[in-house]
Write a protein that binds this ligand. Structure first.
Ligand code: SF4
Ligand code: SF4
Ligand code: FES
Length: 248
């Protein structure tokens, strides 16, 4: 049986316009998630006062916790809207855009800064074409196991939101890109860029700017071992710096 839920949505019609709160009441099944409630608003964009209003804008794609597009602040916590069940949330449910990224409109943000961080981290493996390169190198099962954990990052940005070191006054690259350096440095095919990644990791905004508050790991919807990955990268960056100094 459908139930009525109350949502308070922080709205902004354009990146530079003033934010304001708008309340909605929607009827949804008891098992519905936040995305389902937002879809109901889109079907009938009328606010709790009965006034027609522009439909709420938000991002989503996979609807199963994989793409990371639907990350937002739900009752003050960075989460994925498609995995947040309304029955588990205190009402009215407050929805706000992530605060560490520029707002495009309503709950939609521009996560370019995160993708730029992944570029700085060179979070990829170099290939020299699309021809058959033959079988890849053998990878130990234990290595596969932990790099697989880190490969599950969906670039949602929740960890960046929770990290106090990611802010407008800092160049800190952030937990997600740092963890990907650890992952790609460990892969036998990713090693060719290891030195460049470690240069990025020890440069401005690098791993030394992590304050070790550990908030990132607590909010990660994929439960990535971020604190371990950042500590491991710190160890690699220090060893790399010592080797560089000794080879002068
Ligand atoms: S451990 Fe580092 S990266 Fe994670 S939240 Fe704290 S300061 Fe940010
Ligand atoms: S590390 Fe976790 S919280 Fe951060 S972007 Fe990846 S999946 Fe999201
Ligand atoms: S829509 Fe893809 S993670 Fe929520």
């Amino acid at each position: 049986m459908a139930e009525t839920v109350t949502l308070r949505v922080k709205r902004r019609s354009a990146p530079d316009s003033r934010a304001c709160w708008e309340e909605f009441r929607v009827r949804v099944p008891p098992t519905a998630n936040v995305v389902a409630a937002l879809k109901e608003i889109r079907k009938t964009p009328v606010n709790a006062a009965g006034r027609p209003t522009p439909p709420v804008v938000w991002d989503c794609s996979c609807l199963e916790g994989v793409c990371g597009a639907c990350a937002m602040l739900i009752n003050g916590k960075a989460r994925l809207a498609c995995t947040a069940l309304l029955k588990d949330l205190a009402q009215p449910v407050r929805l706000e855009p992530l605060s560490k990224f520029p707002v495009v409109r309503d709950l939609m943000v521009d996560r370019t800064a995160l993708f730029e961080g992944l570029k700085r981290a060179k979070a990829w493996i170099e290939l020299d074409g699309t021809h058959d390169l033959g079988p890849g190198p053998r990878v130990q099962q234990s290595l596969q196991a932990w790099t697989y954990e880190l490969s599950r990052c969906n670039s949602c940005g929740c960890c960046m939101e929770a990290c106090p070191q990611v802010n407008g006054r800092s160049a800190f690259i952030g937990p997600a890109p740092l963890a990907q350096i650890t992952r790609f440095n460990a892969h036998p095919l990713g090693e060719s860029l290891r030195a460049e990644r470690l240069e990025a990791a020890r440069g401005p905004g690098g791993v030394h700017e992590c304050g070790k508050a550990q908030n990132c790991e607590k909010v990660c919807p994929k439960r990535l071992p971020l604190v371990w990955a950042i500590a491991e990268l710190n160890r690699q960056a220090v060893a790399y710096s010592i080797r560089q100094w000794l080879s002068r």
